[in-house]
Design a protein around this ligand. Sequence first.
Ligand SMILES: Nc1nc2c(ncn2[C@@H]2O[C@H](COP(=O)(O)OP(=O)(O)OP(=O)(O)O)[C@@H](O)[C@H]2O)c(=O)[nH]1
Length: 474
Amino acid sequence: MSDSEEEVPDAVVLEASTGSEQASHPNSAFAGAEEAVSVPVTLITGFLGAGKTTLVNYILTAKHGYRIAVILNEFGEDTGIESSLLPQVSKTAENFALEEWIELSNGCLCCSVKTEMVQALETLMQKRHKFDYILIETTGLADPGPVAAALWTDAELGSAVCLDSIVTVVDARNIRRQLAEDRPQGAVNEAQQQIAYADVILLNKTDLVAGTEALQEVHASLTAINAGAEINHTLHSQMDLARILNRGAFKPSQTSEDVSHLSLQLCGAQISSRGTRQDPGSMTRLDLPAACSRQDASSRADYENGMGSPQPHASPKVAAEQQPAKHTGGPKADGMRDMGLDGLESTSARSSATQSRPAHWQSHIHDSGVQTHTLHAQQPLCIERLRTWLDLILWEQALPAHQIYRMKGLLQIYGSPCCHVLQAVQELYDIVEGPRWDATVHGHSRVVVIGRNLQADMLQKGLTACEVSELSSA
Ligand SMILES: Nc1nc2c(ncn2[C@@H]2O[C@H](COP(=O)(O)OP(=O)(O)OP(=O)(O)O)[C@@H](O)[C@H]2O)c(=O)[nH]1
């Protein structure tokens, strides 16, 4: 998949949030008033693989006059993959400099909200003069509620930062499956939560949904959960950034009439339950689970009735769909055993027990069946072998008990001086060449796999079987 097909929109000059002097200095939106004005924070959320990093990339490379600091929350034990997917933005680039980014690695942002995120923000604020806007990208499994609430109310942060809006990126191709997925008792469906909290929704990857009718049905699924959010249909997360940055969705003046009231209401419910914030006032508390469960039944039925097939150009995997012969015959049978695909019957379902949490956290218990594993390969990988393995496990679901949501990796491909980036969302995947390996960086391959019922040893065996040394010794 290539972002380059998309035309980057013209530069947008955003209105600064307060004061005429800010509007007249878009390159330094808060110049001269840094200490007095809190830094707006946009919280970017969305389910695994929806296009959050693509949006962050887009914001970081667009011209808008803001100097942006980024906080990334990586899901998994290995840091570095997420930030390596972000652009190496030149600090001298006109109108923009990425001054800082901080990568959080300690689990899920919504569960470490009082520690890592607050600390990260406090660290950032020591360099307050270097930026005037903050983006926080949550993991695909984060509940944005507690994060938003902490940003909005945290005494330690004081008025140094202010939550500007919650932006949720949605994968148009997969969202209804994600919404319909069963969760263990008591666990939330994160995809629903993320939509419910949104001020702005990017209904992204519209190229992977065939036909406007199918897209409208997906759109209606989102409206059924959150009628107040502004929904934009996007390709590669590109849209008018004036509708995202400095939106002011949480400004008190907009709480009563503005459509973004929904986020405030939901945060109000969170906040009051944590007892750290004033009464949310006249806001009506929404019954979020009930609102979401309406969607459950209909979206599952809709999904099972088919939500449209992908278009041929969407990805190598979509092309593969139209050439089923490619996947039949020898390679699969030959590859099964040494790619860790034998012994499938030993796969056992994981416990669906939910985590024990204080009562006020009950609204965001995670699905404990979702796991992350990081696979490693010390030797260069054979690209053809790797593709065959990915075809098998993602497309042909040769590990039927495994439910792989997301893969991303930095790969050392045999014969190439460059790193390669693997991206997979559900059954679609893509491998693109990245920059040359830095001489100081050990170029071994790392692949993060997120999903349910994963057996790390089987997956690791499959990746190891793609090492060139394995092939020559076989
Ligand atoms: N076809 C298509 N692919 C897209 C689009 N937007 C993003 N992608 C691709 O989808 C994959 C996942 O995108 P990311 O931006 O990494 O998704 P993410 O939400 O940050 O993923 P996580 O951080 O793992 O939750 C990448 O390969 C992107 O290039 C789109 O509009 N159409």
